[in-house]
Design a protein around this ligand. Structure first.
Ligand code: AMP
Ligand code: GLY
Length: 423
C-alpha cells in the first residue's frame, strides 16, 4: 500500500517514521517534506496552501491513502475534494474543521452542547468589545477568530490592554482576516492537557494524553509558539479521567457535529485546561498536534495504519491502539529569535551521533539537506524525542541527545516535563 503524507514538520516526520513500520505499507510519500523526511520517504514538491497543488501531487503519485498533517489544507477542504474523487484520505471535511478554523464556531458549539469551556463573548466590532468587557475581570484572553499559527491568543493583564489588542486584531493590522472577529474569554488556571482521539464520525478512541509547552522560554515565559516540547506518560491522567474526557468532551463533540450535519472524521485534538472546576476546553484542533505527535507515536506499539483505516471505514474502537507504559519526551530545538524573526541556513552538527543513542528519534521540522549535510530552514528545526522506562530517564536521555546537537543560534527549553518531575 502506498501512503502519502501532506506537510513538512516534526509531526509529519513522526507520521512517516511510524507508517514505515506498518507491514502493509510498501511506500511512503511526503509532500513537501523536509530534509530529514526525505531520507525516509519519497518527497514531492507541493504547496499546502493550494488545493490545486495537493490534488496534482495526488494525481501524479496515486497513493492508496493520504494523511493530512497541517490544518490549512483541511480548512480549505482538501478532504472534500479528495472524497468527491473517490480518493481515500484521513481527516475532517471543511465543515467539520470549523472546530479549529473558527473559534467563534467552536465556542458557540461548546455552549450549544453544554461542554465545559471558559465564559466568552464573540465580538464583531469595537462596540461589541466595549459592551462585553464589563462582564470580565482581568486577565482577559483575547483570541482572533481565524487561524493564526499559534499567534492568535493574547492574555491581556488589564481591560485596557484587552481593548487595545482587540482594536489591533479587528482593524486587520495584527493578523489580517483572521482577526476580523475576536473572542474574549475568561482566563482559566491549571495544567494544560492535549487529549487527542480518533473518530469515525460516531465512535471515538483516545490516544495517550500529552502535555505541550507553548511558551518560548523556561518557566513558561515569553510569547506563545507552535510548541517547544511535549511529553507523554502512562500516569499523566488515570483511566477514570480518560473515560470522563471521552464521555463528557470528545464523544459529545463528535455526536454534536454529526447531529448538526458536519460529521467529524479524523483526529480531534482537545486542548484542555485542568481547572479546579474540572477540565475545560481551551481549543480544538482538527489534526495531530505538533509536537505532541512525536512523543505520542513513540509510545504507540501497534500499527498506526490500522487505526487510520478504522477511522476512514467507520469502525473505530479502543482496541485500535496498543500503548507502551514507558514515558516519552520531545524537546524542540528552534532557531534563535523564533517565534519572531530568525536566520536560516545554519549548518546542524552532531545529528548522526545523537541519532545513534538508544531510545532516541530525531524528527526534523525546519531542515534542508545539501551535499549530505543538514541546514536550518525554519523556526522549529528539530524535535529530539526519547522513550525510556520512566519520565526521569526519558528526560535525561532526551537532553543528552539535545546537548550533542548544535547549530548557530540554537534555542531550546531546558525545563520540558520539569513540573511533572517535581510532582
Ligand atoms: P488556543 O489557541 O485557544 O489553544 O490558545 C493557545 C494557548 O493560549 C493555550 O494553549 C493556552 O496556553 C492559552 N489560552 C487560551 N485560552 C485560554 C484561557 N481561556 N485561559 C487561559 N489560557 C488560555
Ligand atoms: N502543539 C499545539 C498544536 O499542535 O497546535
Amino acid at each position: 500500500m502506498k501512503v502519502l503524507v501532506f506537510g513538512s514538520g516534526g509531526r509529519e516526520h513522526a507520521l512517516v517514521w511510524k507508517l514505515r513500520q506498518s507491514p502493509r505499507v510498501s511506500k511512503v510519500y511526503c509532500a513537501p517534506g523536509n530534509g530529514g523526511i526525505c531520507r525516509q520517504a519519497e518527497c514531492a514538491l507541493a504547496d499546502v496552501k493550494s488545493l490545486d497543488s495537493l490534488l496534482s501531487v495526488a494525481r501524479q503519485l496515486k497513493p492508496d491513502l493520504t494523511i493530512v498533517g497541517p490544518e490549512l489544507p483541511l480548512t480549505l477542504g482538501v478532504v472534500d475534494e479528495f472524497t468527491t474523487r473517490g480518493w481515500p484520505i484521513f481527516g475532517p471535511t471543511k465543515a467539520a474543521a470549523r472546530l479549529e478554523s473558527s473559534k467563534s464556531f467552536a465556542k458557540s458549539f461548546l455552549q450549544r452542547h453544554h461542554i465545559p469551556t471558559a465564559h466568552y463573548a464573540i465580538c464583531n466590532s469595537m462596540d461589541d468589545v466595549i459592551d462585553a468587557l464589563p462582564h470580565f475581570s482581568p486577565p482577559v484572553v483575547v483570541k482572533a477568530d481565524g487561524l493564526a499559527a499559534g499567534k492568535g491568543v493574547v492574555i491581556a493583564k488589564s481591560k485596557e490592554e484587552a481593548a487595545s489588542v482587540a482594536t489591533e486584531m479587528l482593524s486587520g493590522r495584527m493578523l489580517g482576516e483572521a482577526g476580523s472577529r475576536v473572542v474574549l474569554e475568561e482566563c482559566l488556571e491549571g495544567d494544560e492537557l492535549s487529549f487527542l482521539v480518533f473518530s469515525d464520525g460516531e465512535r471515538v478512541a483516545p490516544l495517550v494524553a500529552a502535555q505541550d509547552h507553548k511558551r518560548v522560554g523556561d518557566g513558561d515565559t515569553g510569547p506563545n509558539t507552535g510548541g517547544m516540547g511535549a511529553y507523554s506518560t502512562a500516569n499523566l491522567i488515570d483511566d477514570q479521567m480518560r473515560d470522563w474526557l471521552v464521555n463528557h468532551i470528545a464523544r459529545p463533540v463528535v455526536t454534536g457535529m454529526k447531529d448538526e450535519g458536519s460529521e467529524f472524521k479524523g483526529v480531534l485534538y482537545c486542548g484542555l485546561m485542568m481547572t479546579a472546576r474540572g477540565p475545560m476546553v481551551l481549543e480544538f484542533n482538527c489534526r495531530f498536534g505538533d509536537p505532541e505527535t512525536q512523543p505520542i507515536l513513540m509510545r504507540l506499539d501497534s500499527d498506526l495504519l490500522e487505526a487510520i483505516e478504522a477511522s476512514i471505514e467507520g469502525r473505530v474502537s479502543d482496541g485500535d491502539f496498543r500503548w507502551s507504559s514507558e514515558a516519552s519526551v520531545c524537546v524542540v530545538m528552534s532557531s534563535g529569535g523564533y517565534p519572531g524573526t530568525y536566520d536560516t541556513g545554519k549548518k546542524i552538527v552532531g545529528l548522526e551521533e545523537a541519532s545513534r543513542m538508544e531510545g532516541i528519534n530525531i524528527f526534523h521540522a525546519g531542515t534542508t539537506e545539501r551535499d549530505g549535510a543538514f541546514y536550518t530552514s525554519g523556526g522549529r528545526v528539530l524535535g529530539v524525542t526519547a522513550r525510556a522506562a520512566d519520565l526521569p530517564a526519558a528526560v535525561k536521555r532526551c537532553y543528552q541527545a539535545v546537548f550533542s546537537i548544535g547549530f548557530e543560534g540554537a534555542h531550546y527549553r531546558t525545563d520540558i516535563a520539569a513540573r511533572a518531575l517535581q510532582k
